[in-house]
Write a protein that binds this ligand. Structure first.
Ligand code: ISJ
Length: 367
């Protein structure tokens, strides 16, 4: 027992050293970030990352550590470097210095993300939300309480509420740049164009990530330009210091894509966990036999189950492209069931081959 105690103490010392080394690595990473920034270079360097990961695998092999563990450790470290460099860049560029921003719905989850994001850019952020806002920010209970003199106005409210707010803004015609972040654009089409007609500088975006996101590398932000180029350019500028991919789309193409990217994947998961819960099987019992596919699917389903059901209903019910996506899903499920119940092996294999060929066309993951 004494040996065990002594060995564990030795191990704890090593763990502390490991973390101290991580901190030293991060300090160098921060310096590299500043050098790249002053040389006008982008934050992410995929070729260098590949070299870092190769070295990790080689070294792991040499010292007798599993290569996959070596690589995984360094993937995590690279993610940490990128998140730190991105935040540093956003903060140091001070795009919003001397300017004011209003986040309507700033107490909601994505609203809070924008409050943090705009604050990091140097904006003096104000919040409009009946639920109040984070402490340290000026807060208005309703739109009527502010004169709307801010330079940037973000609308981060449920879709139906956003429509009403856009109408109110069209009457009050603020001078600042206005944008919404709704998951669907079709239901806002008349209100957004009404705002353009009122002479407002408005654009529409859809951040394709959740409120917990810290690192924007590998994430997309969709821009739906409404014909006011100045507004779109100003909002693009907010994301220029990040590694987010900026994607342009028309309003209708956006909702068409969302019927699959959001609607179909949500529906599949809602159907999956309800099929399980209605099957009479017990979750605890199934967990005992879980396979890697089941576990992975359960993880995704659990994320979906935690989401806001009202928002998820809006995403289904307010998209005019939803019926087509859901009918396609019903057909696909019927097809799988049909071929299995008919004992049609050839047909079943064909279904899997078709899907595999489709998935193979996905762009490869970068390191
Ligand atoms: C540290 C750098 O920035 C990023 C982080 C890397 C790392 O943590 O090793 C590698 C490449 C870059 O994407 C760098 O460019 O060297």
């Amino acid at each position: 027992m004494k040996d065990l105690q002594a060995l564990r103490e030795k191990l704890s010392c090593l763990d502390v050293e490991l973390l101290e080394m991580v901190a030293r690595r991060q300090a160098i990473v921060a310096e590299i970030g500043r050098v790249k920034s002053s040389a006008g270079k982008g934050t992410r360097d995929y070729a260098r990352e590949k070299d870092v990961l190769n070295l990790a695998r080689q070294t792991a092999r040499r010292v007798g550590v599993d290569e996959d563990i070596g690589e995984e450790m360094f993937r995590l470290l690279i993610r940490a470097s990128l998140a730190a460099q991105e935040l540093d860049k956003v903060t140091s560029e001070k795009t919003g210095s001397g300017k004011r921003a209003l986040v309507i719905g700033g107490a909601g989850q994505m609203g809070q993300w924008f409050v943090r994001f705009l604050s990091a850019q140097g904006y003096s952020v104000e919040i409009c939300d009946p639920k109040g806002g984070a402490s340290g920010y000026r807060c208005y209970g309703s739109l009527g309480d502010t004169d709307l003199s801010q330079d940037m106005i973000v609308i981060a409210t449920p879709i139906k509420e956003t429509r009403i707010l856009l109408d109110e803004l069209a009457v009050r015609r603020p001078d600042g740049i206005i944008f919404d972040i709704s998951s669907l654009k079709g239901p806002l089409d008349p209100a957004l164009h009404n705002l353009v007609a009122a002479g407002c500088r408005v654009t529409s975006i859809h951040p394709m990530f959740g409120p917990d996101t810290e690192l924007l590398s590998g994430r997309n932000v969709v821009f739906v330009d409404l014909g006011v180029a100045e507004a779109t350019a100003a909002v693009r500028e907010l994301f220029n210091s990040t590694m987010a991919e900026q994607v342009s789309m028309s309003l209708d193409d956006h909702d068409h894509a969302m019927a699959y990217v959001l609607g179909l994947s949500h529906a599949v998961n809602i159907a999956f966990f309800n099929a399980l819960s209605q099957s009479g099987e017990q979750a605890e019992g199934l967990a005992k036999f879980s396979s890697s596919t089941f576990d992975a699917q359960m993880d995704v389903a659990s994320h979906v189950a935690e989401e806001n059901p009202y928002l998820y209903f809006e995403i289904q019910s307010l998209n005019t492209h939803t019926p087509r996506a859901l009918v396609t899903l019903l057909n696909a499920v019927t097809q799988v069931a049909g071929r299995v119940l008919d004992g049609d092996e050839k047909g079943f294999v064909e279904l899997m081959a078709q899907g595999k060929a489709f998935l193979a066309r996905r762009p490869e993951d970068r390191p």
